[in-house]
Design a protein around this ligand. Structure first.
Ligand code: NAD
Length: 257
């Protein structure tokens, strides 16, 4: 049985990816912040969906030692680690001149450097076993910018550079590295933003979706978590062995502009 580790999987896209891997017969390591009792309930619910085991590790993505210990625990518990999905991420929106320095550091740390630390810790094992799949959840903002998101855009562009380098270093060892670049995804986080923006601007939620949130997304539809999870599963499969170093857009046509 194969094993997948997904960072930031107590919510949103990461949780959806964890669910897809469990359903497809993987052991899964989930990770992320949250209330311990709620996380235990989520873990147990996930485990019931498949034949594999699901374990939780609370590693903070700002702590390289905790990330390394999480990877070591996964390898020790399951004997191997086949798929890593660096997914944890946060956002902060502000003009550059006002951008809080601690927010810059946190976004670079969680959204970019933790991707390096997860890969650094798991790469030797994957190379030795001659098999591995690294699937980073980047963003359309890894390919294009928007104003007021300087740290996020910088971090996501950095992830794409890292993934290309890892692809080259893993190429002769059966280890692929790719990034998925979603546009706006309907996660609890985004749903909350819709309601808040509707109140703040005195618009209907549908108007907010069409005119504010999905302005950049030509299909005017959200990407669904299940669609990203399906792409991640494919990138993890044997059929995807020759896809490496790529940025896979799933953004309703956003970067085609
Ligand atoms: P989310 O807020 O629902 O989930 C984020 C996850 O990261 C949570 O599990 C949270 O606990 C975890 N996390 C945050 N800080 C952490 C830390 N220091 N240590 C460990 N875990 C931490 O967000 P989401 O929308 O599911 O986003 C997941 C990824 O997808 C992010 O990298 C995000 O940038 C990317 N993304 C999201 C969208 C979107 O529209 N939602 C679009 C493109 C890319």
């Amino acid at each position: 049985m194969k094993t997948a580790l997904i960072t930031g999987s107590t919510s949103g896209i990461g949780y959806g990816i964890a669910e897809a891997f469990v359903r497809n017969g993987y052991n899964v390591v989930i990770n992320g912040l949250g209330d311990p009792d709620e996380i235990e309930q989520e873990r147990a619910k996930l485990e019931n969906l498949g034949d594999g085991q699901v374990i939780y590790d609370p590693a903070n993505m700002l702590k390289p030692d905790e990330i390394a210990a999480m990877v070591a625990k996964a390898e020790k518990t399951f004997g191997s680690l086949d798929v890593v999905v660096p997914n944890a991420g946060i956002q902060h929106v502000s003009k550059i001149e006002d951008f809080p320095i601690e927010k810059w550091d946190a976004i670079i740390g969680i959204n970019m450097s933790s991707v390096f630390h997860v890969i650094r810790s798991s790469f030797a094992g994957m190379k030795a076993r001659k098999h591995g799949r690294i699937i980073a959840i980047a963003s359309a903002h890894g390919l294009v910018a928007s104003p007021f998101k300087s740290a996020y855009v910088t971090a996501k562009h950095g992830v794409l550079g890292l993934i290309k380098t890892v692809a080259l270093e893993g190429a002769e060892f059966g280890v692929t590295a790719n990034a998925i670049c979603p546009g706006y995804v309907e996660t609890p986080l985004v749903k909350g933003q819709i309601a808040d923006t509707a109140k703040a601007r005195n618009m209907s939620e549908e108007e907010v979706i069409q005119k504010v949130i999905l302005e950049a997304q030509p299909t005017k539809q959200f990407v669904q978590v299940e669609q990203i999870a399906a792409l991640a599963l494919f990138l993890a499969s044997d059929q995807a062995a020759q896809i490496t170093g790529s940025a896979q857009s799933m953004d309703g046509g956003w970067v085609a502009h």
